[in-house]
Design a protein around this ligand. Sequence first.
Ligand code: SR1
Length: 429
Amino acid sequence: MAGDRAGDYRILHEADLRDCLAGQPKLAALLGGEPAAWSITEVGDGNLNLVFIVKGARGGVAVKQALPYVRLVGESWPLPLSRAHYEYLALSKQAELAPGLVPALLHHNETLALTVMELLEPHIIMRKGMVAGTQYLRFVDDITTFMARTLFFSSDLALSAAEKKEAIAAFAGNHALCKITEDLIFTDPYRIAEQNRWTAPYLDGLAAHLRDDMDLHVAVSRLKLKFMASPEALLHGDLHTGSIMVTESETRVIDPQFAFYGPMGFDVGAVLANLLMAYFASAGHERAPGERQVFEGWVLDTVEQVWNEFSRKFLDLWRSEARGDAYPPALFAGEKGAARLEAERQAYMQRLFADTVGFAAAKTIRRIFGLAHNIDFELIEDSRKRAISEARAVRLARGMMVEAVAFRTIADVTGAARKLRDWMPELSS
Ligand code: SR1
């Protein structure tokens, strides 16, 4: 692609992008017809980047370009373009570890911080589908395969110590994106921060409680430390339902720009948190009679199945593909060793579950009191109704973060969510 020298970065506008793509013979052939006739539409609705859909006579592509700042906020918040490099690296790795579950990569230009990918059609962002009350029956199998394989095969259970350290190093430069998470998820919602917002005035009191709740501050700070200091596996780093595109028969995980080596529970917790938020938001959305109950039942079943299937697949991989330097086979020989190792696998999953529950809670609270909210709640127009749904989610999340003993199994989580379904919070006014 023209302009592949350092310093040649520029924000692409339609004409420039058309020339760039036309200069790539394979892409031009894939699109087909005359470049002048290609349709180019900027469709990005995420917080950070530009996203174009380009269509030609034969086919289409999706083009993503990193901006040198946070799109949601503007030029006052600069952000390194290098995130496009880490996203490309992560997508390549995920394609290798979980084939068919990420979009195909067609082209990458490091200087322009630009990646061209397969156009996912008729896929939609899963969060949008869930707001409309759609159930996705392939989701559990696909997302649990994605998480089990990407997390297991990038961990010390599968890699040699040298490979693992090289892999950590390859993503270590993505610290500006980690810093966003460290601030927006683990710090800002619990203090006065300029960018925080919530459904005022109804949640004013709850926001003040959060700032004063030292048990919560300790719990979230432990999670923050774990996020910063536990490079267990290659994380997607932002695995919410806005980073997943679906049809009823296909699932694709997109947008791994926050990828780095971190604690596995952060990714698993992100998925569970976003399902739980969809569950609580459901009460605020118009649904046909009976539909609400069916949809919410499906969401809670999905929460349980995501953990159970993830755990089963991860353990299966550990039993059959453990070629890493952790848990040396020489130490677990014979029947006695095998039995002890199996018990240790169960203990490992119990710790991972505890991490998952904590991270899910932190991911929930940040979407209600921090800078970046989600449409599950935001599209509830009646702000009182929205606040009620949000307060229920926060009540569950606080429990999950602070009362770990009450959340030892996934059924404890869904049981507590069920109990809060019609709970009426005290709102500020
Ligand atoms: C300023 S970026 C805000 C959020 O957008 C992304 O989706 C991540 O969740 C990030 O925390």
